[in-house]
Structures are given as structure tokens and as C-alpha cells.
Design a binder for this molecule. Structure first.
Ligand code: 0O2
Length: 249
């Protein structure tokens, strides 16, 4: 483990010399377990993020329930949550040149808590985000529309950096969270690509990167075709719909 990471972990807990000596003998996995178990400042911060994540997940579960009652098709296919791993936090804070402290993590990293919503069609992405942002205990901090403006590698998704109200014993806190909304097809691509390339660009040969880019474009074209089919089906349904008359005649 790089010395910088070790120093960061040391600072998190305010450890005694003996504990520091112990940590210096630990493997990365053991340090990770140590952080999760003992480091109170880090733990407390992570608890706030987990609460924000649970709150947003619940909001989407509530939306799922409401939309299932109201329409034949619920646009929410799946809701997933993830907490950024300590390794990924350290990597991001170092890459961006910020100090490795709990305060700096809190101030500078906004995607520690993440919620991902998967939907069937591109148009669902915008419908859902609009519906969600109407809730008044959510504040939009930043919108990154990689669907409209794909990343150079072909990644497409809508990212919303939010501030979520979290109520604790000592009062109300606002906690940042990243919401990602994408289609099933793009989720399939992004999951594979993330494993292969996003974290270790230097190890992925160019021909694989190029191939991945082409597959992202294919997936986007497929999404557009499915959207057109969906719009046509909806058009047919609308034209055949009979007004519901109460009481039934
Ligand atoms: P994890 O879940 O922590 O392992 P940066 O994080 O510095 O790249 P930024 O602007 O802070 O940039 O964040 P952005 O663009 O919103 O991306 C954050 C997350 O979006 C990533 O988290 C991925 O989950 C996803 N993402 C962004 N770009 C790509 C991409 O090109 N391919 C894939 N598959 N996913 C992407 P982490 O930190 O990578 O993941």
C-alpha cells in the first residue's frame, strides 16, 4: 500500500503509537477492516452517507409503487445503491490533488453515496429525473448529462449530484449524493466497461478501447430504436383507448 494511503488511514483514527505500529504491519485488506471497525470520524461520516442513500432509495421505491398503480408500465426497472469503497475514495482524492483528511473527503467528494436507477427507454430517464426533483427535500447541485453529451469512450448516463436532508439525533444535515439514471442496455455496457477499463485505463489495449467505444455506439442506436418502437406502440394504444365511463353502462 502506498505510504500516502497509509498516512491517510493513520490520520483517520488519531491512533496511538502502538496502533500505528500495528497498522504498519497490516495488509490492505486488514487495514480496510480496521477502518470499517474502529475509525470513528470516518465511520460517522459514512453513516450520514448511508442514511442519504437509504432515503433516496426509499423515495424511488415509493415512486415505483405509485407508478405501478397509475400506469400499465413502471419506468423503474431496478434501483441499486453503493457506497464508494475506501480505496476508490483515496484514489479520487489523490487524483484531484486534495488533502487526505476526513474534512477534505466531506468537502470534495460528492459521489460517496450513490444510487443508480435503471429504466427501459431513454425518455424514462428524463421523466423520472423531473418527477424526482420535484420533491422539496432534494436540492440539485450539479447535472451531468452524459446522455446528451456522451463521454469520449461512449459512456451515456444522466448524473445528478444532489443534496439530501438527513435527520439525526442532533438535528438536520444536508448530505451530497450522486444519482445515476441510465437505460438497461447502457447499464449492461457500463458494468462491463467499468470492470475492464474505467479504473485502469493504462492496462487496456487500444483495440479493446476502440471496440468498447463501438459497442457503446451500437447500444445507443439500439436504445433509440427501442424508443421509437415504444413510441409507436404508445401511439397505437392511445388511438385505440376507449374513454372509461363511470358507472359502467
Ligand atoms: P466507483 O463506484 O466509485 O467504483 P470522476 O469520478 O473523477 O471520474 P466525476 O465528475 O466526479 O468524475 O464523476 P462522474 O463522471 O459523475 O462519475 C462518477 C461515477 O460515474 C463513476 O464512479 C462511475 O460509477 C460512473 N462513470 C463515470 N464515467 C464512467 C465511464 O466512462 N464508464 C463507466 N462504466 N462508468 C462511469 P467510479 O468512481 O468510477 O466508481
Amino acid at each position: 500500500m502506498p505510504e500516502e494511503n497509509r498516512q491517510f488511514l493513520l490520520r483517520l483514527g488519531g491512533m496511538s503509537r502502538m496502533e500505528q505500529a500495528l497498522v504498519s504491519l497490516m495488509s490492505q485488506q486488514e487495514i480496510r477492516e480496521w477502518v470499517l471497525k474502529y475509525s470513528s470520524g470516518y465511520q460517522e461520516l459514512m453513516a450520514y452517507y448511508r442514511c442519504a442513500m437509504m432515503s433516496v432509495e426509499t423515495k424511488f421505491n415509493v415512486l415505483t409503487e405509485a407508478l405501478s398503480l397509475r400506469y400499465d408500465r413502471n419506468p423503474i426497472e431496478a434501483v441499486r445503491t453503493r457506497m464508494k469503497s475506501p480505496e476508490s475514495i483515496v484514489e479520487k482524492i489523490r487524483r484531484r490533488g486534495f488533502p487526505l483528511t476526513v474534512e477534505s473527503i466531506e468537502e470534495n467528494i460528492h459521489d460517496i453515496a450513490g444510487v443508480r436507477v435503471i429504466c427501459a427507454f431513454p425518455s424514462d430517464i428524463y421523466k423520472l429525473s423531473e418527477m424526482f426533483l420535484r420533491q422539496d427535500d432534494i436540492t440539485l447541485l450539479e447535472r451531468k448529462d452524459y446522455f446528451e453529451n456522451p463521454k469520449p469512450n461512449g459512456y451515456r448516463s444522466l448524473h445528478l449530484v444532489l443534496e439530501v436532508d438527513v435527520y439525526q439525533r442532533t438535528g438536520k444535515y444536508t448530505v451530497p449524493l450522486e444519482l445515476q439514471i441510465r437505460t438497461i442496455a447502457m447499464d449492461f455496457w457500463a458494468t462491463l466497461e467499468h470492470t475492464l477499463r474505467y479504473k485502469v485505463p493504462e492496462r487496456v489495449p487500444e483495440e479493446i478501447s476502440d471496440e468498447l467505444h463501438l459497442t457503446a455506439n451500437d447500444i445507443s442506436a439500439l436504445d433509440q430504436r427501442m424508443q421509437r418502437i415504444h413510441d409507436q406502440v404508445e401511439g397505437i394504444e392511445d388511438s385505440q383507448a376507449h374513454p372509461i365511463v363511470f358507472p359502467p353502462r
